[in-house]
Design a protein around this ligand. Structure first.
Ligand code: SAM
Length: 432
């Protein structure tokens, strides 16, 4: 089954104009492209759309003068109802699947299982508003995916089996398993713009350690784009994904402000579910995955600032959650979260080069006086999904926390979560 993903635009919500251009001409039968008026209608296809009671029969009109497809369905009066009944907003994506020669179904792209429909087929395909990644299956032939236009081969002069461009002296400094960083002027410290960011210096150290110049770095939960800024500084190509358009725009703005005339690499921010990343990148293209994912639903509650001396600061009583989108890992219970992370990272593994590293930054958290060991859950899950744990690095944050309140005294000893986080370093095991 062939599928393509398209985006709900304001024009779709207002006029029913679903932009089907990303699906391309060969996704529809040739005779479905009719003339510009109803009198010259093409042959009809049948569409079953989620939440729309009746099947829709329609063709696709072409332009009177040029004869080119108009890239919308002629029948449009159902689109508004479809959008409303599925509570879709502009920017959300939906999936069109070709079931047989003239039969299609349209489903929302709301949860991970919807795309699973195509998981075991010979090829998966998808696209955003740009026709970047639709796949056409051909019997018996490995299908070509239309991929992002981005480099992933090293451009440095490093020889042999070096895993990075570091000198021996620089390497030596990285051997210590406890790291500290400071924020700098370019770092994003505004909690209203994004509630959880790490320092550029952290992303830079990981990038320098686990990739060469010109290679590709991937951040599946890019947030405010810190990993991409570090990649831009370090001369690495990079791609970042986030569910929220708002964060993608923030990332794009930061990249633009940070750019210089001398760059020969690309950093691309894409608004999509991390579960779909394999549609954008070829296998074995990525040298490093580095990310800080959400921490299950542990931040999805009002902040009590228990660890602070000045509790009633700006964050007090606020929920520092990215969104309430059901695909957002920050809305999920720890069990569901762990499985969803496993599903995402399982799909990312083939994109990594053998011995390519995948570094995940997480803390543990406290919930109702119980320690929620996110790092343990993730280590177990990723091992089960084919990754090998190489190192655990402690990010010592003691230089970043101030005005600490007393916590648990005198009956309950609890180390303060804000004082350190884990950097879990996995790799894709080498080929036998
Ligand atoms: C901890 S933040 C990343 C912060 C980032 N390291 C920075 O420095 O800005 C996690 C991000 O994951 C995004 N997210 C949550 N679920 C997602 C999913 N299923 N696919 C893609 N992004 C997701 C959230 O919107 C949020 O911006």
């Amino acid at each position: 089954m062939e599928s393509c993903v398209i985006e709900i635009t304001p024009a779709a919500a207002k006029y029913g104009n679903l932009n089907i251009r990303p699906c391309g001409k060969d996704f529809f039968p040739e005779d479905t492209f009719g003339g510009s008026t109803k009198e010259k209608q093409g042959s009809l296809i049948t569409i079953n759309a989620e939440g729309v009671p009746q099947p829709i029969k329609t063709d696709i009109p072409t332009d009177n003068k040029t004869g080119r497809p108009k890239w919308i369905f002629r029948k449009r009066n159902w689109v508004k109802g479809f959008i409303e009944s599925n509570n879709l907003k502009p920017g959300k994506t939906i999936v069109i699947t070709r079931i047989s020669k003239k039969k299609y179904k349209i489903t929302t792209n709301n949860n991970h299982t919807k795309l699973e429909d195509t998981k075991n087929t010979e090829s998966k395909s998808t696209a955003t508003s740009k026709p970047i990644c639709r796949v056409k299956p051909k019997q018996g032939i490995r299908t070509k995916k239309k991929m992002l236009d981005i480099g992933f081969d090293k451009t440095c002069e490093c020889t042999g089996n070096n895993i990075n461009c570091l000198t021996a002296k620089e390497w030596l400094k990285c051997q210590v398993g406890v790291w500290q960083f400071s924020y700098e002027g370019r770092d994003m410290r505004n909690k209203k713009a994004h509630p959880a960011t790490f320092p550029i210096a952290l992303a830079r150290k990981i990038t320098d350690l686990f990739s060469h110049e010109g290679e590709l770095v991937l951040d599946p939960f890019v947030g405010s784009g810190t990993t991409l800024i570090a990649a831009q500084d370090a001369g690495r190509n990079a791609v970042g994904f986030d569910l929220q358009n708002e964060y993608i725009n923030l990332t794009k703005n930061r990249l633009e402000e940070n750019s210089s005339m001398f760059e020969n690499t690309k950093q691309i921010a894409i608004s999509d579910d991390a579960l779909n990343i394999s549609h954008y990148l070829p296998n074995e293209s990525t040298s490093l995955i580095f990310t800080s994912p959400p921490y299950a639903n542990l931040l999805n509650r009002k902040r009590k600032n228990k660890s602070r001396r000045d509790r009633k600061n700006e964050q007090y009583g606020k929920i520092e959650q990215y969104s309430q989108d059901p695909r957002d890992l920050g809305t999920m219970s720890i069990e569901k979260y762990t499985k969803s992370m496993g599903d995402i990272f399982e799909r990312l593994l083939p994109l990594l080069r053998p011995k390519g590293h995948c570094v995940i930054n997480v803390p543990d958290m406290w919930w109702e006086n119980k320690r929620i060991t996110i790092h343990v859950s993730l280590i177990q899950e990723l091992r089960e999904r084919g990754y090998e744990l190489r190192n655990i690095i402690i990010w010592d944050r003691t230089n970043l926390v101030n005005r600490i309140g007393i916590f648990g005294w005198p009956s309950n000893y609890i180390t303060m979560g804000v004082t350190f986080e884990y950097l879990l370093d996995f790799w894709r095991p080498p080929k036998e």
